[in-house]
Design a protein around this ligand. Structure first.
Ligand code: MRU
Length: 381
């Protein structure tokens, strides 16, 4: 992704190989700031405070976090403690567990002195793999967007609705839900995106709108409750969202509010697509409703709002009565029956056990390819 003419990923190693740089997502869209993370504590804090966020980015950050921990303490105890600290930062997105398991499996059999370097190298490969995966999602999704546009008689605007941020800021580069949109735009398709603001943290208003603007994609930010009305009015051609965890049977856990959009899309016969990489599939789980750990975050995210004042200051203000309670569930689960199809790096498939198995095989959980290396996953130490 380019910002002011310069290409960035969302995370990259520092020159000395003893830390990583990230884009601080808590200051966007008002300030573009880079932060260097030098140890596992920095990474834990960055994930927990959402300086880095989005399913696959927290996977990549977690992998680097484990590598930095092993550079400081490569013992088995050090590995176990860093794994535990990182895993508990954000419970919902399965990518974090996937990446931590991958790194842990790769270093366990090594002598401690070799673990830090090996883990750092693997974290880099996980990030490279994520970029290639996003590019493949872009290709498959773009074909789908083009087919939809042509079916509709090539209107002068194809309206896509998205929720939260599943763009390059949520991944290492390109994104998941937004990747096909970028490619469609680059191919000259007239695409316009309805951007759900995505309360309470407003990832749509602050991050998706920022990204789409950087790429020159036409977009309009809407309040979260508007999508259903737009669908009834025929103003949404299709929806594409990302996911933090999709079960082996195709239930999709994503940012809170996704489920309501899927219900509205179902009622209005608007296609509802979910774009995801292999690392977001939880092969250990079938039914998502009631089973996936839904992160509950600080109610202050709901009771306070941050923005830029007319004279350029960034300020946070309270918006609730002083004594009102607030509750902040961060994700929900959309049952597979409301999802038109899944867009993966291996192609488009029905949101079902059979659909995913047709793309990934019957027992894909035990091995994964990162770069040219095949890794066996061990989930127990
Ligand atoms: O709480 P967040 O901002 O990390 O939630 C992110 C989302 O819900 C994204 O849409 C999701 O991570 C999928 S994109 C890789």
């Amino acid at each position: 992704m380019n910002i002011n003419g310069k290409h960035y990923r969302t995370i990259w190693p520092n020159q000395a190989g003893n830390g990583v740089w990230i884009i601080d997502q808590t200051t966007l869209p008002h300030r573009f700031e880079l932060v260097e993370l030098r140890d596992v504590g920095d990474v834990v804090r960055a994930i927990a405070t959402m300086q880095v966020r989005g399913a696959t980015l927290i996977g990549g950050a977690g992998a680097y976090g484990l590598a930095l921990a092993l550079q400081d303490d490569p013992s088995n105890d050090g590995l176990a403690e860093a794994y535990r600290r990182l895993l508990t930062t954000r419970p919902t997105a399965v990518n974090l567990r996937w990446a931590l398991d991958l790194v842990r499996s790769a270093v366990l059999a090594l002598p401690p002195a070799e673990r830090g370097e090996r883990a750092f190298c693997l974290a880099g490969k996980i990030c490279d793999d994520d970029v290639a995966t996003s590019q493949a999602i872009a290709e498959h999704g773009w074909q789908l967007l083009r087919a939809c546009w042509m079916d509709k008689g090539m209107p002068d605007r194809l309206n896509v609705l998205t929720h939260c941020n599943a763009g390059w800021l949520a991944t290492i580069d390109w994104g998941t839900a937004l990747a096909p949109i970028y490619l469609a735009h680059d191919h000259g398709m007239p695409i316009h995106v309805w951007v759900d603001e995505t309360r309470p943290r407003n990832q749509g208003a602050s991050l998706t709108a920022f990204e789409l603007g950087c790429h020159g994609v036409a977009h309009t930010v809407i309040a979260d409750n508007v999508g259903g009305h737009l669908m009834q009015q025929g103003m949404v051609d299709l929806c594409i969202v990302g996911t933090d965890r999709t079960t082996a049977a195709g239930d999709v856990c994503n940012k809170i509010g996704t489920y309501l959009k899927a219900l509205a899309a179902w009622d209005n016969a608007v296609p509802f697509y979910v774009a995801l990489p292999h690392s977001s599939i939880d092969w250990t789980m079938q039914d998502g409703v009631g089973r996936i750990a839904i992160e509950r975050r600080d109610p202050a995210e709901l009771s306070q709002i941050t923005g830029r004042t007319a004279d350029g200051r960034i300020e946070t203000v309270n918006i609730l009565p002083e004594h009102s309670a607030a509750a902040n569930w961060a994700f929900d689960v959309t049952p597979a029956r409301y999802i038109t199809a899944l867009i993966t790096e291996r192609g488009v498939c029905p949101a079902s056990r059979a659909g995913l198995a047709a793309l990934y095989g019957a027992a894909p959980a035990s091995t994964f390819v990162v770069g040219s290396e095949r890794h066996a996953l061990r989930t127990q130490q």
